[in-house]
Design a protein around this ligand. Structure first.
Ligand code: AMP
Length: 285
């Protein structure tokens, strides 16, 4: 596995790989890898001649009071995991190389980013679109793999890629969960033992709404209310939002007619966890 930190070197290798007629598959990550990340890597590897994984804790998607400094990092472990699955190239740039003095450009997708996670973290998606845009230019993939765990992020990136004619295929992969249903996340390690014990209430609340949906319930308000009642059973859970929205536009709906997704963000102590489920798809917890 090649390890590259220089953006210029990354661009040069990508150009060379493409000149050889090979396809580049790309998985952007912030590291501290788990099986969720590795599931994307496996899919990228299967579909591409040359697989690139990036590892960069992107400062522009964190708010001033957020966990940028204490975000978990373990470069050696990440490198070993990626070597084991035979990734071709690990791109791990320095902050100063991607955001040099005087950096002043913004990349903003409007509308889609105002709601849900964008409401409580208004800076977040601007940082995501900016870094993904830069990484796409450097890595020059034909296709990139993202996790449904960050459902809104996937929709935002799809919109950016469409609006700005990137010509990159965006694949969205299923959420990988712990055995008790908690969606895997690098941030789960922040949870105190009691919080960790209660955290699967997220997936159980989504499963409750899904069950109601399968029984014929189509009122978004009643589906949301089922999620609230399940979450209320966990004394540690503090709700940021619970919504049932159109799966494509993420607009609020009254009645589920087209594909819809139940989306939640819940605090356990200082830790904010997100989860979601496309109503009608399998979910048994
Ligand atoms: P992150 O390192 O948190 O920025 O995540 C990098 C990529 O991995 C994103 O596309 C995430 O959506 C995806 N991802 C994170 N957790 C999971 C999970 N539990 N299952 C599937 N994909 C995930």
């Amino acid at each position: 596995m090649q390890i590259v930190s220089s953006p210029e070197e990354m661009r040069r290798i990508a150009q060379q790989v493409r000149q050889e007629g090979k396809t580049i598959g790309f998985v952007p990550t912030m590291g501290y890898l788990h099986e969720g990340h590795l599931s994307l890597v496996q899919k990228a590897k299967k579909a591409s001649d040359f697989t690139v994984v990036s590892l960069f804790v992107n400062p522009t998607q964190f708010g001033p009071q957020e966990d940028l400094d204490r975000y978990p990092r373990d470069f050696h472990r990440d490198r070993e995991l990626l070597e084991k699955v035979s990734v071709d190239l690990l791109f791990a740039p320095e902050k100063s190389a991607l955001y040099p003095e005087g950096f002043s450009t913004v990349v903003r997708v409007e509308g889609l980013t105002d709601r849900l996670c964008g409401q409580s973290r208004p800076w977040h998606f601007g940082g995501v679109t900016l870094i993904v845009c830069k990484l796409f230019h450097l890595v020059q993939p034909q296709a990139a793999w993202f996790g449904q765990k960050d459902y809104q992020q996937c929709q935002v990136i799809r919109r950016m890629v469409r609006d700005l004619d990137f010509g990159i295929q965006i694949h969205v992969c299923p959420i990988i969960r712990e055995s008790d249903g908690l969606a895997m996340s690098s941030r789960n390690r922040y949870l105190q033992p009691e919080e960790r014990k209660q955290a699967p209430v997220l997936v159980r609340s989504l499963a409750a709404a899904n069950q109601l949906f399968l029984e014929g319930e189509r009122s978004a308000a009643r589906l949301v209310s089922a999620i609230h009642s399940t979450l209320a059973r966990s004394p540690e859970a503090r709700i940021d939002y619970v919504e049932v929205v159109d799966a494509e536009s993420l607009e609020p709906i009254e009645t589920v007619v087209n594909p819809a997704v139940a989306m939640i963000a819940v605090y356990f102590g200082q830790t904010r966890l997100i989860d979601n489920h496309i109503l009608g798809e399998d979910l048994s917890y």
